[in-house]
Design a protein around this ligand. Structure first.
Ligand SMILES: [Zn+2]
Length: 253
């Protein structure tokens, strides 16, 4: 006999199967990332159709048999539908969902990751700059999975002011003097160090250190956001060792 569990969850991927079924990848707080077979939900007669779309946050009843999950009931809490009215926001949300798919794991508490995702999707409905939202989301995701960059001081001399260069592989920073004067050119070219102006470093320190309710509570000039976005994206892709089609699409818009 299958066991029945109730949980909340955010749909982060959908795959059509057969005539009217779907497999949904759902991020839940306690079960982590789960793959749920949803029978008949693409039929217009299905009362579960509205709650089984991408980005829907639902209250779910799921039948569990071994490691197989089958959808029972899905009750919509929030569908973030207005994200779809703006192609840039929709593309960015797709990238966020792909990032969540990449970093979340099964059978582990993922409540902090889910909380960040919901918070970020709510902010996407506001008029906050997308560059700010994207940078914050990427950096906080990495922090939650244990890949926080150590940017508090130069890793070689300990200097805490000025301009730095981030090692996107090691996740540490070096000051200009330490990077260019103490190393052979091979060292900095092999790691493709990223220049970080001091004002961008301060923004990154804020994002890393802020309480989860305050992560988006800063404003910034366009020039800062351009650089911040570049640094956070390079660090994210370097740490995860891959790119994302959805990110390429977002950037092509
Ligand atoms: Zn130094």
């Amino acid at each position: 006999m299958p066991q029945t569990v109730k949980t909340n969850g955010l749909v982060i991927r959908e795959t059509a199967v057969g005539e009217s079924d779907k497999i949904l990848t759902i991020l839940t707080p306690e079960l982590g990332k789960i793959s749920v077979y949803c029978k008949g939900v693409r039929s217009i007669k299905s009362h579960r159709m509205a709650a089984t779309q991408l980005f829907c946050y639902d209250e779910l009843t799921i039948a569990v048999r071994g490691d197989k999950y089958t959808l029972g009931e899905a009750c919509l809490i929030e569908n973030f539908f207005d994200i779809r009215s703006d192609i840039c926001k929709f593309a960015l949300a797709q990238y966020f969902a792909d990032l969540l798919c990449e970093v979340s794991v099964e059978n582990e508490d993922q409540s902090e990751l889910l909380s960040l995702a919901l918070n970020t999707f709510h902010i996407l409905l506001s008029d906050k700059p997308l560059k700010l939202i994207k940078s914050v989301f990427e950096l906080r995701v990495l922090c939650l999975i244990g890949l926080t960059p150590d940017i508090s001081a130069c890793e070689s001399c300990g200097k805490t002011a000025g301009e730095y260069y981030l090692d996107p592989v090691g996740g540490t920073v070096k000051c200009r003097e330490c990077l260019f004067e103490s190393n052979s050119p091979d060292t900095y070219t092999s790691h493709a160090y990223i220049f970080i102006p001091s004002y961008v470093l301060r923004a990154m320190c804020y994002i890393i250190g802020a309480s989860k309710k305050r992560i988006f509570a800063f404003s910034a000039e366009d020039i800062l956001l351009d650089t911040l976005e570049g640094v956070c994206e390079k660090y994210t892709l370097s740490q995860l060792g891959r790119g994302f089609e959805s990110l390429n699409f977002y950037k092509s818009l």
